[in-house]
Ligand binder design. Sequence first.
Ligand code: NAP
Length: 223
Amino acid sequence: MKAAVVTGANRGIGLELTKQLLDSNFKVHATYRSSLGGLEDIQNQSLFTHRLDVRDNDAVTSLANSIEGSIDLLINNAGIADGRWQSISEIDMEYALEVLHVNSIAPVLVTQKLLSKLNNDSTVVMMSSLMGSISDCKSGRSYAYRASKTALNMFSIAMKNELDTVGISLLIMHPGWVETDMGGPNALLSTKESVSGIMQRINEQDMSLSGRYVEFDGTPVEW
Ligand SMILES: NC(=O)c1ccc[n+]([C@@H]2O[C@H](COP(=O)([O-])OP(=O)(O)OC[C@H]3O[C@@H](n4cnc5c(N)ncnc54)[C@H](OP(=O)(O)O)[C@@H]3O)[C@@H](O)[C@H]2O)c1
């Protein structure tokens, strides 16, 4: 049985990823920051829940130590939106740093700490966004969120060569505009639709595709 780790799994895309991975016969280590949320309603012996704030170095180390056996799939999904500031003067620098911490640095920390658990057929998924695309940034704004996902993309590509040498494939995802607390009620996709696509991308992923930046339906995203 393959094993997966999903961060930010108590709601939204992470919760649906957990459900679809369980349906696909994965053992899932699902992490939640403070409340189990939707994970509480899942009855499945292959589900293991772990309390984890992805910024917490010690907690990430404990997570790595508590997982027995190797991890075939790591999904760095946890993320936060910014203040949707409309002008430069509105940017709250402290909160902007927080967004960079959670969305850019924490996925690198989690990958660093879990690296020794990954095997030579593992995949690391970075849940990025179209908003991390510099060429797509026509409307501007969403300053910290955009910057955080661009930084995540570069952190990912910068680690690609090293991951290549140990057979770990890297998948940088835009999940689409998805109806979650972050995506809001007007979003175009349900979590089911988005995650069904992400699952297909994961299934087709191999070393020859490592480092690709794609939408849930496989459409490449311009950097
Ligand atoms: N929805 C979209 O349209 C969309 C589009 C592009 C990219 N994305 C990306 O997809 C990912 C999931 O988004 P979503 O729409 O499912 O968002 P969501 O519904 O707001 O859920 C975010 C998840 O991240 C967790 N999280 C936030 N900060 C954390 C921290 N410090 N430690 C651990 N967990 C933390 C949250 O936990 P709590 O419940 O404890 O807050 C929650 O489980 C994010 O990386 C997001 O940027 C989403």
